[in-house]
Design a protein around this ligand. Structure first.
Ligand SMILES: [Zn+2]
Ligand SMILES: [Zn+2]
Length: 229
């Protein structure tokens, strides 16, 4: 079946549903977005039970928040990197520090709001490690690649055709960024750069961020070269 990428808008961010011979979901939005996800699936003509895997790019509140609801809706297995998995299992809400002046300000404001946010915890079925996790058995031509930096357990889904779903390894949406580029929060900025070099080496062509619209990887190549000069 030809590849189809559905962007499912969930407010602050979006998740993606990737359809080929099988169907997977990437990320699970902020808390309380299960009904919106179900509605958008219906509009896209996808049956929830046809989704077999929910791959969560990292453990932040706006990516794991509706994981339990989406799992209950679809019956799919949840996959996360081992480093971040316990955040979802234990309903934890860590933030990564800001690495730009705006990122630092944003994080300090977010910290005040975090007590209002509750993550419905759920088990992670597949704890992934640092090695690639191929998606062929799920009917998707691509692999999950460990791309740490935004968090230690951040992962990207790279399709063989060059589309790469990076979670928050890049950002392209107000109020985080006005233009596409590097994340404004990271646990380890140098690892963000290393992960981008890896994705470029591996043939990334189009970047699908969790916050904002897709864009050409050339923007990331330029952003990276600026940090090297
Ligand atoms: Zn994040
Ligand atoms: Zn995010």
């Amino acid at each position: 079946m030809p590849l189809r990428i559905h962007s499912i808008a969930l407010g602050f961010d979006q998740c993606y549903v990737v359809q080929s011979d099988g169907i997977i979901a990437i990320d699970a939005g902020a808390p309380g977005k299960g009904r919106k996800f179900a509605k958008e699936l219906k509009t896209a003509g996808i049956k929830p039970e046809d989704i077999k895997l929910i791959l969560i790019t990292h453990g932040h509140w706006d990516h794991v928040g509706s994981a339990r609801e989406i799992r209950e809706l679809t019956g799919a297995a949840i996959a996360m990197h081992d480093c971040d998995a316990h955040w979802l299992e234990e309903s934890l809400k860590p933030l990564s520090p800001g690495i730009t002046p705006w990122g630092r300000l944003f994080t300090s404001v977010m910290k005040r709001f975090m007590p209002l946010i509750h993550i419905p915890g759920t088990d992670v079925d597949l704890r992934l490690g640092d090695e690639d996790f191929p998606l062929y058995e799920f009917g998707i031509p691509g692999s999950v690649i460990h791309t740490p930096g935004h968090t230690y357990g951040s992962m990207s889904v790279m399709l063989d055709s060059g589309e790469v779903f990076v979670g928050d390894l890049a950002m392209n949406k107000f109020p985080l960024r006005l233009t596409p580029g590097l994340p404004i929060f990271a646990i380890d900025e140098s690892k963000v750069m290393d992960s981008w070099r890896l994705l470029l080496d591996r043939g990334a062509r189009t970047v699908y961020p969790a916050h904002g619209k897709p864009f050409s990887v050339e923007i990331m190549r330029k952003a990276l070269s600026k940090t090297e000069t």
